[in-house]
Ligand binder design. Structure first.
Ligand code: UDP
Ligand code: MG
Length: 334
């Protein structure tokens, strides 16, 4: 019998989790009947400050299909997801948010495509209920910029909600970079990808954890992790300004020769100095963005630290979570 593991990163989702699990459990029953699969869910508590972990533990006590993983602190969604994917051991893995914005009811259709031989089946949002026009606009703009800049374009309007086959998961696990832009990494893997269109609901409870500052940093992460175009841009802007300056120098020189130098031109001088200063600072800033990331990467820190990993009751006989023995020592995986 093949196995399905659903990985759910959650940060302060105490209010949504029970409802989420109720809906997921219904889907599990359906999947078990229709596809003859053994289903399991791994809840990853990303250092929540509310009762999320307590709720997770009570779900685990009442449902043998629930496994829980608690991180040592809040590592951010991308790392929580990584921790969950590292621990999951199944033939197909589904990633889904805990806030019910992505409907668990879509999982059976993901499985159908997977059975047909697709390695990555991802949900593409046709609508995004409950989100402000500004968020929709910035999000759309981001995907389009990424498309232009990156060699491995991230599909538009696609979140992390997806199913991955075993080989896609294994490939993903080999990408150990610290600066993780998961959407890009998912795409980088390649293999046979398939999109399923769905309507994104509003959050069930609570608020989005991604404010605009976090989203801006997320976008920077995406661009710098998957494209060196900004570095090239600095080169071309530099070349362009150098060319223009040369032409301008000829003009100034010619004018001085023909008309004499009347010690004017303070405004132009200031303009040129400020402009070049600005361009140089911008180029330095871009280089700095990459340098900072190289710096973080060279430290070779573990990606996350696990506080506690408890397998699903049903699996205590043996199968289940990867390396649970080695992780019981509460070490981080790099
Ligand atoms: N999340 C997480 N760690 C964080 C922030 C968010 O695990 O530091 C989880 C969160 O609980 C949710 C998912 O990531 O299950 C998506 O977060 P959110 O709904 O805030 O993002 P949005 O849907 O607004 O992009
Ligand atoms: Mg959400």
């Amino acid at each position: 019998m093949s196995r399905l593991c659903v990985v759910v990163p959650a940060y302060n989702e105490g209010e949504s989790l029970r409802e989420f699990h109720a809906r997921l459990a219904t889907v599990f029953d359906q999947v078990a009947g229709k596809f003859d699969m053994q289903c399991e869910v791994l809840y990853v508590d990303d250092g929540s400050r509310d009762d999320t972990y307590v709720v997770m533990c009570s779900l685990r006590d009442s449902d043998a299909r629930v496994a829980t993983l608690k991180l040592a602190r809040n590592f951010g969604k991308e790392l929580a997801l990584t921790a969950g994917l590292d621990a999951a051991d199944a033939d197909a893995v589904v990633v889904i948010d805990a806030d019910l914005q992505d409907p668990p009811e879509l999982i059976p259709s993901f499985i159908e495509y997977w059975r047909e031989g697709c390695d990555v089946v991802y949900g593409t949002r046709s609508t995004r209920a409950g989100e402000t026009p500004l968020k929709k606009f910035t999000s759309a703009a981001f995907y389009r910029v990424m498309e232009k800049l990156s060699a491995t374009p991230v599909p538009r309007d696609t979140g992390d909600f997806r199913l991955m086959s075993r080989r896609a998961l294994d490939a993903l696990r080999r990408l150990r970079e610290r600066q993780r832009f998961m959407k890009g990494l998912f795409t980088w893997v390649g293999y046979r990808q398939k999109s399923v269109v769905y309507e994104r609901d509003a959050r069930f409870a609570g608020e989005s954890k991604f404010n605009y500052w976090r989203l801006w940093n997320f976008a920077l992460e995406g661009i710098t992790s998957f494209s060196t175009a900004p570095l090239k841009l600095a080169t071309y802007v530099g070349l362009g300004t150098a060319g223009l300056s040369f032409v301008y120098a000829l003009w100034v020189f010619g004018k001085a020769l023909l008309l004499g130098d009347r010690v004017q031109g303070y405004p132009t001088l200031m303009l040129v100095i400020l402009f070049l200063g600005g361009v140089q600072l911008m180029a330095l800033g871009m280089i700095g963005e990459y340098l900072g990331r190289i710096y973080i990467e060279t430290k070779q820190r573990p990606l996350y630290l696990i506080d506690e990993l408890i397998p699903a009751a049903r699996d205590e006989t043996g199968i289940s979570l990867q390396n649970s023995a080695s992780q019981a020592g509460k070490v981080g995986v790099n």
